[in-house]
Design a protein around this ligand. Structure first.
Ligand code: AMP
Ligand code: ZN
Length: 493
């Protein structure tokens, strides 16, 4: 029997503002779309937090035996600076400043993004579509919205008529904003805009002659609007109606509000059952952001190369630090907080490492089945990772009691307990046992030192054929020996 049938899950739905029972559209299957990065600069730790929140959500669905199609896009066109339609495309701007092709910018930062995800042990999504790879689909959606009388063409650009849409729908349904207030509070500053109402947003923008990112369309050579790309890619791979749409809290308005409007205008139905929003990582109480420079890069955490940091921290410690907060809470980064997280992580890993050495005996006074259910209860309650971690520390206490002979555990309980701890620590939270990685390094060092000893002996025996063979074969493996006054050392390429 799949695990999900015995573990009812509740998800906080931003649309209703309540925790709701999760009921997938297709039994046993989950379709989830998460807005990906705009690849015009390196991702910072704040971006990593949002993607990590959804990585753990993805991991938990998989753990519950759901079949998950997880789509996370790459925004490589259409994201305008300041989210205002009159600004410059973020990628085009970077390309102009650095004298690169826009696709060189995209390639550079997509590679950086992937390297970071790998370093932080993210599971790859099922599909990772790019906005520029879906221009045709976006043009088709615009045509439909125009046909419904909700999109209009002005000077080669196409806009979404928010006021017209709102006559039969609710623009503001997700963000709780009221369109009359919005209209009353905005003025069209330059009076030059092609828009009918200041709240209207671009579906297609005509490219100025100097604009390098451009595609032909029925209206002009131009480029699609940012909101449109997510509508095109989510519905292409998940259908017009799917289970979950996620992103950072700051995307709720206007991005996600506009996505709902586009979908409803097109198909007449709400696209998504559960909207999920991850909260921000802050630094000095302010949102980490690319534009303000108030951020830490993931590489800086790993190298320690930032004045805020007293030392480097590993990827798993960073993960542990982040998952100690619930995904809907703001988390403030500080050196003290991550130092404390490192201590907690090490304590947890010591217990995990001790598990295989525990010996089973009489049955225990501890109720291990009840403990395991508390771990599930935490995750079933809107993916509450801090409570799960608190339960894992309870497990650490059990391990220590058993190790000290103050408690006993039966063989069946020990097997079940070990499986559960490993599943929650590695599969669900996505932590890695870095001590074991260190252990592997220790072993490698031991083996190379043993070979150095054998080579020294061969040289003493004047068996130069053997000593050269050891040296050359190590070089072939990327291990370089260096003979010095203090003896022989080695480096690994
Ligand atoms: P962007 O590349 O700017 O589109 O952002 C990619 C993702 O990171 C979006 O889901 C944002 O909501 C999210 N994000 C941006 N800044 C932060 C932050 N300080 N903390 C958490 N998530 C963030
Ligand atoms: Zn999006």
């Amino acid at each position: 029997m799949p695990l999900y049938s015995s573990q009812p899950l509740k998800i906080y739905n931003s649309l209703s503002g309540e925790k709701e029972d999760f009921k997938p559209i297709h039994d046993g299957n989950v379709g989830m779309y998460v807005c990906g990065p705009t690849v015009y600069s390196n991702v910072h730790l704040g971006n990593v937090r949002t993607f990590m929140s959804f990585d753990v959500i993805f991991r938990y669905f998989l753990h519950l035996d759901y079949k998950v199609r997880y789509v996370r896009n790459i925004t490589d066109v259409g994201h305008i600076v300041d989210d205002v339609d009159e600004g410059e495309d973020k990628i085009a701007k970077k390309a102009r400043l650095e004298q690169l092709e826009p696709m060189e910018v995209v390639q550079r930062y997509t590679v950086d993004f992937h390297n970071i995800l790998k370093a932080f042990n993210f599971l790859p999504p099922s599909i990772e579509p790019t906005a520029t790879g879906h221009i045709i689909e976006q043009i088709e959606i615009i045509k439909k919205i125009i046909d419904k009388g909700i999109g209009y063409v002005a000077n080669g650009s196409v806009y979404f008529d928010v006021v017209k849409y709102n006559e039969t729908n609710n623009y503001g349904i997700l963000s709780g904003r009221n369109i009359d207030d919005m209209l009353a509070n905005t003025r069209d500053l330059d009076g030059q805009s092609d828009k009918r109402n200041p709240q209207d947003f671009a579906l297609w923008k005509k490219a100025e002659p100097e604009h390098i990112m451009r595609w032909p369309s029925p209206w002009s050579d131009g480029f699609p609007g940012w909101h449109l790309e997510c509508t095109a890619m989510s519905t292409k791979y998940l259908g017009n109606h799917f289970d979950i749409h996620g992103g950072g809290m700051d995307l709720k308005f206007p991005h996600h509000e506009c996505e709902i409007a586009q979908n409803e205008a097109c198909t007449g139905q709400a696209p998504v059952n559960y909207w999920m929003h991850a909260n921000m990582l802050t630094l000095n109480g302010k949102k980490m952001a690319k534009s303000t420079g108030n951020n830490i890069l993931p590489g800086e955490i790993l190298s320690g190369d930032n004045n805020i940091l007293s030392k480097p921290f590993s990827a798993s410690v960073t993960r542990f630090f982040m998952l100690q907060a619930h995904y809907r809470s703001i988390l403030d980064f500080s050196d003290d907080a991550i130092v404390a997280a490192e201590k907690g992580y090490k304590r947890l890993m010591e217990a995990v490492d001790a598990l295989p050495n525990l010996t089973a005996g009489n049955s225990s006074s501890i109720d291990f089945a009840a403990w395991k259910q508390l771990c599930y209860d935490a995750m079933n309650d809107d993916f509450n990772t801090p409570i799960l971690i608190a339960q894992l520390f309870e497990a650490v206490r059990y391990v220590n009691l058993i190790k000290d002979g103050k408690e006993t555990i039966s063989a069946t309980d020990l097997a079940d307990f070990t499986t559960a701890v490993n599943a929650f620590v590695f599969d669900v939270l996505g932590l890695s046992d870095e001590k074991n990685a260190d252990g592997d390094n220790d072993k490698l060092e031991g083996v190379v030192n043993m070979l150095i000893g054998m080579r020294n002996q061969a040289r003493a025996d004047k068996n130069f054929a053997l000593s050269d063979q050891i040296r050359d074969q190590l070089i072939a493996l990327g291990i370089q020996l260096k003979d010095g006054k203090e003896g022989t050392s080695f480096s690994i390429q």
